[in-house]
Write a protein that binds this ligand. Structure first.
Ligand code: PAN
Ligand code: ZN
Length: 191
């Protein structure tokens, strides 16, 4: 199957694409077990099941050579002291990279390798982040009151390994601080 050239368009302030192929909505219930403060999670879940983030995808065939791109909109909020965040994943084809371009808001991309290296990069409008092959990645919205909006693109055959992060978490967490967000070791991280 060959793909014809195509375009999509986004505009501030909401950057929701006018056209897209797939819309993913992730709610608090999809993140059970991922936030450090379980009591805070249960309190928030008791009040409903808020949407944490939405992804609008521009699909292409899942084969090497193609790129899959889209827009990720991560809402603001906290579970205890921990900011709203994406599930995060390794790519199933570990040797595949990804580009993120921050369009709006304030965030941190938490990243780590299977060998134990860890990195946290600030995302502000205009930031272009290269996530190299092998690095798991999770977006975190550290703004108090605005969405974190990013454009992303990655090899369409990369696939997603969510299970590794679901079972052991990320090595580092991003928490609210007095003046600025702080990153700390995840006390529940499992080898
Ligand atoms: C992004 C992410 C998106 C949502 O498209 O899939 O930001 O995060 P989760 O997939 O972790 O829920 C990406 O990194 N794709 O590979
Ligand atoms: Zn990815």
């Amino acid at each position: 199957m060959t793909v014809q050239p195509f375009v999509h368009s986004i505009r501030p302030p909401d950057f929701i694409p006018e056209t897209f192929d797939n819309h993913i909505v992730r709610r608090l219930s999809d993140m059970r077990g991922q936030f450090a403060d379980e009591a805070a999670y249960e309190r928030l879940a008791g009040g409903g099941d808020p949407v944490l983030y939405e992804v609008y995808e521009f699909l292409t065939p899942a084969v090497a050579g193609e790129l899959l791109s889209g827009i990720s909109i991560l809402h603001s909020g906290v579970v205890g002291e921990e900011y709203f965040m994406t599930k995060g994943h390794f790519h199933e084809v570990l040797d595949t990279a990804e580009i993120y371009h921050c369009l709006s808001g304030r965030g941190v991309m938490m990243m780590e390798t299977p060998e134990g290296r860890s990195a946290a990069v600030d995302l502000v409008p205009g930031t272009i982040l290269y996530v190299p092959p092998r690095w798991a990645h999770r977006s975190v919205n550290v703004a108090g009151d605005s969405d974190l909006i990013t454009f992303f693109a990655y090899p369409a055959h990369a696939g997603h390994d969510y299970a590794t992060i679901e079972s052991r978490g990320f090595r580092r967490l991003v928490l609210q601080g007095d003046r600025a967000p702080r990153t700390v070791d995840n006390p529940r991280w499992k080898e």
